[in-house]
Design a protein around this ligand. Structure first.
Ligand SMILES: [Zn+2]
Length: 258
C-alpha cells in the first residue's frame, strides 16, 4: 500500500474494511495462528472465501525443504476424491501437510504406518481425518450394494459404521443417513488410529499429539469440525454437534489404552 493511501486508510482500517476515494480496501489479514489446528481453520476460511494466499513454491523454498528436511505440522487423512485436495482446502504449501489419501478416508495398516512415520519421525503434532460431502465410498457403503474387485475391500472398512448407524438410528434415511455416516466414518477412522497404534497413543499421552475430525462441504468449501469422543480429547474440541459419545461405533480391533 502506498504511504498516502495508508495514512488515509488508518481511520477506516479499525473497522475492518475501509473505503478510500471510492475504492474498497482489503480487510486487514488476521495473523496466522501459531497452533496447528488454528492454521488449518484459518487456511480453510481463506479457501472458502476464494481468497487463498498462494504458498511459495520457488527454488529457495524447495532447496530449504531438501536440505533441512520436512517438518509438517499436521497429518491429514483424506479421501482420494479429486475435489478434496487438503493442501488447497487448507491453503498450505510444500512441506506443511503430511497427507495420506485413500478413497473413503479409511484407515488400513499401510495408512497407520504412514501416520506413525509422521508422528514418530517427523514429530507432527496433529492428526486430522477429513471426510467430505457426496463421498462415493460412503454412498456405496450406505447403499449396501455388492461391489466387484478391490472396491469391496475398501467398503468393508465403512460397512461397520453404517451397520452401527442402522441399529442406533433406524429412522435415518437418504441424505440424513449419508451425512451422518460421513461424520461417523471420520470418528471411526480416528478411533481406529488411536486404538491400533501404540505410537499414536504414546505421543497423545504425553500431550505431544492432538486429534481433529472434519467434513469438507464441496459447494461451501468449508470444513465442518466434528465433536470427538472424549478418548480423543473431545472435551476440548469446539463443535456445533451435540451427539453422545456412546453413539460412536467401536473400532473392530486393537486394545484401548488411556
Ligand atoms: Zn470420498
Amino acid at each position: 500500500m502506498k504511504p498516502l493511501v495508508k495514512a488515509l486508510a488508518v481511520g477506516f482500517i479499525a473497522a475492518g474494511v475501509g473505503v478510500v476515494a471510492g475504492r474498497m480496501l482489503a480487510p486487514q489479514p488476521k495473523p496466522t495462528p501459531a497452533e496447528p489446528l488454528g492454521k488449518l481453520q484459518y487456511g480453510n476460511e481463506l479457501f472458502a472465501k476464494g481468497k487463498v494466499i498462494p504458498p511459495p513454491v520457488d527454488e529457495m523454498t524447495r532447496y530449504k525443504l531438501e536440505t533441512e528436511g520436512q517438518k509438517p505440522f499436521a497429518v491429514v487423512v483424506a479421501c482420494a476424491d479429486s475435489r478434496v485436495p487438503p493442501e488447497l482446502i487448507f491453503n498450505q504449501g510444500l512441506g506443511q501437510l503430511f497427507v495420506v489419501r485413500v478413497a473413503g478416508n479409511i484407515v488400513n495398516e499401510e495408512n497407520l504406518a504412514s501416520i506413525e512415520y509422521a508422528v514418530e519421525h517427523l514429530k507432527t503434532p496433529l492428526i486430522v481425518v477429513l471426510g467430505h460431502s457426496h463421498c462415493g465410498a460412503v454412498k456405496a457403503a450406505v447403499s449396501g450394494k455388492h461391489l466387484d474387485g478391490y472396491l469391496s475391500h475398501l467398503i468393508a472398512h465403512i460397512e461397520p459404521v453404517v451397520r452401527h448407524l442402522h441399529s442406533t438410528h433406524p429412522h435415518l434415511k437418504g441424505d440424513a443417513l449419508l451425512e451422518r455416516a460421513t461424520q461417523e466414518n471420520v470418528r471411526h477412522a480416528l478411533q481406529t488410529i488411536y486404538q491400533r497404534s501404540k505410537t499414536v497413543r504414546k505421543y497423545y499421552a504425553t500431550g505431544k499429539l492432538e486429534f481433529a475430525g472434519g467434513v469438507f462441504h464441496l459447494r461451501e468449501g468449508k470444513v465442518e469440525w466434528l465433536k470427538l469422543p472424549e478418548m480423543l480429547g473431545g472435551a476440548k474440541s469446539d463443535s456445533h454437534e451435540a451427539q453422545s459419545d456412546k453413539e460412536t461405533p467401536k473400532s473392530h480391533s486393537g486394545d484401548t489404552h488411556h
